[in-house]
Design a protein around this ligand. Structure first.
Ligand code: CA
Length: 250
């Protein structure tokens, strides 16, 4: 990837912090735009191509967690949540809403810079390794790895969070292969907090609710006790024939 200047958007209502962050990241060589509330943020996002958002979660007119969920549906960008709350954001919540990382105030600027760099690096690796068109088909589902969409046979889109999508993609790329929680965690990329094994279990449960006929008696996403999870379906890179009955599991 050629070097280019990344554009950061800093969303922070507290003027001193905002000014400090803008100055710091400009001196670190980034293009920096600032916004003091959710409305301004939306305006800036429509005007500029933003690579990464530093988002204060408590804004006067918006909740940063809700904004993150909304942004994930429409934008491909890095999101680092900045929280002034003294309690940690629940890790699973953070993962679920699709932020790439979060920092708690007061933060060390150098550490924040390191996290920004790490999120941007992961995003650029992802962007450069994606093929143009890349769909896989399994058990009546289509997962489009480029557009990051899951579609039903009838074309209906099923909304997945970022964590859900990545976990499903990891399983679909390794069909009928038992995947340990550790391996799955390693494949669910750009998580810089250390999610524990429970994270995978929670994501599997949510995926089952979305794609299994009977979530409590799963036929696609199977638990292999003591080992991990397996996608118990064939996967094809071409769409099923018209009228072809989708093969069900085992
Ligand atoms: Ca604030």
């Amino acid at each position: 990837m050629p070097e280019r200047t990344y554009h950061l958007l800093i969303v922070e209502d507290e003027p001193v912090t905002r000014t400090k962050l803008v100055g710091y990241f400009k001196s670190a060589g980034y293009d920096v735009t600032a916004a003091s509330n959710g409305e301004e943020m939306q305006r800036m996002l429509s005007r500029h191509h933003i690579d990464l958002l530093l988002l204060d979660i408590s804004l006067p007119d918006a909740d940063g967690l809700e904004l993150t969920m909304e942004l994930r549906k429409t934008f491909e960008l890095g999101i680092i949540l900045v929280t002034g709350r003294d309690t940690e954001i629940d890790r699973i919540l953070g993962l679920e809403i699709g932020a790439d990382d979060y920092v708690t105030k007061p933060f060390n600027e150098r550490e924040l810079l390191a996290r920004v760099k790490s999120v941007l690096r992961r995003l650029s690796i992802q962007a450069s390794s994606l093929p143009d068109q890349n769909s896989l088909y399994f058990a009546g589902w289509e997962i489009n790895l480029t557009q990051r969409k899951l579609l039903k046979e009838n074309g209906d889109k099923v909304h997945l969070t970022r964590g859900e999508f990545e976990l499903l993609a990891a399983l679909v790329k390794h069909p009928k292969t038992v995947m340990s929680r550790d391996r799955l965690m390693a494949l669910v990329t750009h998580r810089s907090w250390q999610p524990d094994n429970r994270t995978i279990d929670v994501l599997i449960k949510r995926l089952r609710e979305k794609i299994e006929v009977t979530p409590k008696a799963p036929e696609l996403l199977l638990t292999i006790y003591g080992e991990g999870y397996v996608l118990a379906s064939d996967v094809s890179d071409s769409p099923p024939e018209q009228g072809d009955h989708q093969e069900n599991v085992e």
